[in-house]
Design a protein around this ligand. Structure first.
Ligand SMILES: [Zn+2]
Length: 253
């Protein structure tokens, strides 16, 4: 999609592969499992024969970093935001914690360009990383930007207000292309702006619904989302997430 930069779709979250002169750097490593891992390695091998040197983790959800164990066992550096270790410990989903944690900003210089990782505010989770490729003017967003519905993981420290603030920080970076956590194709800067606006609209509507007398039982149903292009599934809003949205949107205790 850009010189030396590839988006790998398929089972689990999207992966970004950056090809340096001496090795490959990945963002995320897909859903756990031998077949998913083999497909990922085959996709990387399709664009480079160089070894994988490092894997960034955008966040703790297992559809994104389920193969950390395989990369760690091979001696690959796995890098995530400080706090992802606590989320993984409480999620107990079998996913291995990165070997290197950073708090705010982390840069790697491979022989063909710099890679900057940033953590801003709790958004999709409390420990989200955005990976910026300045030369390619591209960001890998993890689930901070997705093609369809967002997952608002309040149990994992999500806040919509923090999410919006994080996207505002992201939009200060120099990029024209965003690789979303889910979706079949790269997005534009305008797509990221639209996604940010949808989140703001959703939070406003939640506040309005609560002021208009919504209860926890009907809150989600009372927030219109068709015009946002979002439709929830049976697992989108477990009680813990409704409680989180209720609290964030000003619902009484
Ligand atoms: Zn996620």
């Amino acid at each position: 999609m850009k010189p030396g930069l590839f988006m790998i779709t398929g089972a689990g979250g999207n992966v970004t592969a950056f090809i340096g002169d001496h090795g490959v750097m990945l963002v995320d490593d897909k859903l756990a499992g031998d077949a998913n891992f083999d497909n990922l390695v085959a996709a990387v091998r399709g664009v480079s024969t160089l070894p994988v040197l490092a894997v960034f983790n955008t966040h703790y959800h297992p559809d994104h970093i389920g193969n950390n164990d395989r990369f760690l066992a091979a001696g690959v550096m796995v890098i995530g935001v400080d706090g992802i270790d606590r989320l993984l410990a409480s999620a107990k989903n079998g996913t291995k914690t990165p070997s290197i944690l950073f708090t705010k900003d982390f840069s790697l210089v491979l022989m063909r360009g710099r890679i900057d990782a940033h953590h801003y505010r709790p958004g999709h989770t409390s420990a989200d990383a955005i990976i910026h490729f300045p030369t390619a003017k591209t960001v890998s967003t993890g689930d901070l930007v997705v093609a369809a519905n967002p997952t608002i993981d309040y149990a994992g420290g999500a806040t919509i207000a923090g999410w919006i603030a994080t996207l505002d920080e992201m939009l200060k970076l120099d990029f024209d292309t965003a690789i979303p956590g889910h979706g079949d194709a790269p997005l534009s800067r305008a797509d990221v702006e639209r996604f940010r606006a949808k989140l703001a609209t959703f939070l406003d509507r939640a506040r309005t619904a609560i002021r208009g007398g919504a209860t926890k039982a009907d809150l989600i149903a009372r927030i219109r989302t068709e015009d946002l292009g979002w439709s929830w599934t049976a697992t989108s809003w477990p009680a813990v997430r409704v409680d989180g949205l209720w609290a964030e949107a000003g619902g009484p205790k």
